[in-house]
Design a protein around this ligand. Structure first.
Ligand SMILES: Nc1ncnc2c1ncn2[C@@H]1O[C@H](COP(=O)(O)OP(=O)(O)OP(=O)(O)O)[C@@H](O)[C@H]1O
Ligand SMILES: C=C(C)CCOP(=O)(O)O
Length: 247
């Protein structure tokens, strides 16, 4: 069984302090993953205070491209630093984590769709490794390079690897309604549109609204939940808000 887990950049970094890892939150996430059965698990982490400010400085987003190779290198380098930290922390906790760099494995089409080669990732899984990917810059038809969100990558990975479940861990316990309560399920965008906002911090990929929009296209049920629900999610429980049809 294949499971895709995104660790939100808002969880593993302090999203309001540039290029700062949230060491305690990352250690908690790593421990929760290490305690679970990691066979068939792929992890993707978000940009947080590494990817988003570096992309925003250069006016690059999921739709605004750059043709300057120096921009591509700078954003990719910042994400590489976070990838090394996340991979090392997971490894130290006992997870057989290995890094995978999306820039070299995919691109965005002229229609804006994400294409990702997953043969290497499938072989890593077969050999018992846990591949770790991240939101990144992607060569984009007609626009140079744009940002690919981890939320888009989890959807592409789930389709290509025939995953059964997607988990998206963020700083919130789920999608919240006007009263601050967790919305249990969202099957159509219109059901939640009025409560969905962007991110509270610098974010070039659209925060919660874009997350839900991406996850509604997934081929597997997706769950949005907080740090405390990584363990329950990985052991097969329902957690936070389920996006998409019932499993
Ligand atoms: N209805 C809502 N329910 C919950 N959070 C919401 C809602 N509307 C907007 N948000 C915001 O969305 C944020 C989560 O999206 P964000 O993209 O920042 O998270 P992330 O994926 O963890 O981070 P990153 O994009 O860096 O990977 C929350 O911290 C909150 O500020
Ligand atoms: C900003 C960059 C480079 C990655 C964004 O990924 P996300 O935080 O998952 O949306």
């Amino acid at each position: 069984m294949t499971t895709i887990l995104k660790l939100g950049g808002s969880v593993v970094t302090d999203k309001d302090r540039r290029e700062t890892v949230d060491d305690a939150a990352l250690a908690n996430a790593a421990d929760a993953i290490a305690e679970a059965d990691t066979e068939g698990l792929v992890v993707v982490h978000g940009g947080g205070s590494f990817g988003h400010p570096n992309a925003a400085d250069r006016n690059v987003s999921a739709t605004e491209g750059t043709t300057d190779a120096a921009d591509v290198r700078a954003i990719h380098r910042a994400m590489g630093e976070l990838l090394t930290t996340v991979t090392d922390e997971l490894g130290a906790a006992g997870v057989p984590a290995v890094p995978v760099r999306p820039l070299s494995a995919g691109y965005r089409t002229v229609a804006g769709d994400v294409e990702l080669s997953t043969e290497t990732i499938a072989m890593m899984l077969e050999e018992g490794f846990v591949p770790i990917l991240h939101g990144d810059v992607f060569a984009t038809a007609g626009r140079g390079a744009t940002i690919v969100s981890g939320d888009e990558l989890v959807v592409a990975l789930a389709a290509e690897l025939d995953a059964e479940r997607i988990g998206v861990c963020s700083t919130v316990p789920g999608v919240l309604d006007d009263e601050g309560d967790v919305v249990p399920t969202i099957e159509r965008y219109a059901e939640a549109e009025t409560v969905l906002g962007g991110s509270g911090s610098t974010d070039v990929t659209g925060g919660m609204a874009a997350k839900v929009e991406s996850l509604l296209d997934a081929t597997a049920p997706a769950y949005v939940f907080g740090l405390e629900d990584i363990g329950p999610f990985l052991s097969g429980a329902e957690a936070g808000t389920r996006i998409g049809p019932s499993p």
